[in-house]
Design a protein around this ligand. Structure first.
Ligand code: AVJ
Length: 337
């Protein structure tokens, strides 16, 4: 039998650089989940891979490039709405709260929020340890007064947060920007919102960035950029399988394919097999017909009212909503009670 590999809940990881205010924890990542999920996904009638595996170090770098693309409007729209409504957003969250961010990424909006909120603690949960270390180091150097706790973990599964540092626990506010929630199905969204509601407690709140429904051409361009960075991001998932799971995907025989599925209200990303081929991953073998796809991501788009319904189903009160001037992106302020 293999050595016991379960990651200890909240096992402390090595501290980041010199910042004494930063603590690292490992969350809920079983060591072999990637292999299991890939084998399971490629065994489905419609082959599929979970989008959370896009974000290895290379994938996180590519995603950061996507965020700077001319066609990829969500990042800029969310930043502009955050700037535009910063005072109200900060008032909704409440100064001195504990800010808990899921999927922390590059953190430009986070910096704005922290500056205005002066939270008692900032907790960042992300699946990519590399991304977390980078973001935490930047935040620590800018906000020396801020206690930062980083949790390397998968927020789509139950996750315990490290206990508060102070004697008294501050109000908890979950922050989930970037429309990452769009990756989840309706039932996963409800489960995630319920879990978060339990985490923040009855005094708590949540702020969720949600990409809005819009012209299909704008959506299409955002996921089919001229520089093919999104294509590289999508294909990197296969490269990662080759690197980490001993796979033999031939990246020249798969092509990026993204389109807006209007009836489902979501952009879908796929990787299309360009030929009949057989691919090995570890001890598994998977056959592809020409034109067969691996479904790698859904990016759901919601009207304001559609998202309010989901939030209410999860027990939140949809208290506030803020939008950018062009009406491309929304930030919902949800109250637990
Ligand atoms: C990080 C999930 C919000 O769906 O727009 C960007 C990921 N995929 N381009 C999105 C993504 C392709 C992004 N999210």
């Amino acid at each position: 039998m293999a050595r016991k590999q379960r990651v200890r809940r909240h096992a402390r990881l090595k501290p980041a650089g010199s910042a004494r205010s930063v603590r690292f924890f490992s969350g809920n990542l079983p060591a072999d989940s990637f292999l299991d999920d890939v084998i399971a996904g490629l065994s489905l009638p419609q082959k599929a891979l979970p989008p959370k595996y896009f974000y290895d170090a290379e994938g996180s770098r590519l995603f950061a490039r996507i965020c700077r693309l001319r066609e990829y409007y969500p990042t800029r729209a969310e930043l502009s709405l955050t700037r535009r409504h910063l005072a109200e957003i900060a008032r909704f969250a409440g100064a001195g709260c504990e800010l808990i961010e899921y999927g922390s990424g590059e953190g430009i909006k986070t910096r704005l929020l922290i500056e205005h909120l002066r939270p008692a603690r900032y907790v960042a949960v992300d699946i990519s340890e590399a991304a977390l270390r980078g973001a935490a180091a930047r935040l620590a150097s800018e906000f020396g007064w801020l206690p930062i706790d980083c949790v390397v973990g998968d927020f789509s599964r139950p996750l315990n947060l490290p206990p508060s540092r102070g004697a008294r626990s501050a109000r908890r506010v979950a922050y989930f920007p970037g429309s990452t929630i769009g990756n989840l199905s309706a039932s996963e969204t409800e489960a995630f919102l319920r879990m978060t509601r339990a985490q923040v407690g009855p005094r708590g709140a949540m702020m969720v960035g949600v990409d809005l429904k819009k012209d299909a051409n704008v959506l299409h361009a955002a996921y089919n950029d001229a520089r093919a960075v999104t294509a590289a991001f999508n294909l990197n998932l296969l490269a990662r399988i080759n690197r980490e799971l001993d796979g033999d995907f031939d990246l020249r025989r798969f092509r990026h394919y993204a389109f807006y599925n209007a009836s489902q209200g979501r952009v879908e990303m796929h990787l299309v097999s360009l030929a009949a081929q057989s691919v090995r991953v570890g001890r598994g073998r998977f056959d592809f017909e020409p034109g067969e796809t691996i479904h790698t991501e859904n990016s759901c788009k919601y009207s304001i009212d559609e998202f309010r319904v989901l939030a209410a189903q999860a027990g939140f009160r949809a208290a506030r909503v803020w939008c950018d001037r062009r009406g491309q992106f929304s930030l919902h302020g949800l109250s637990a009670a």
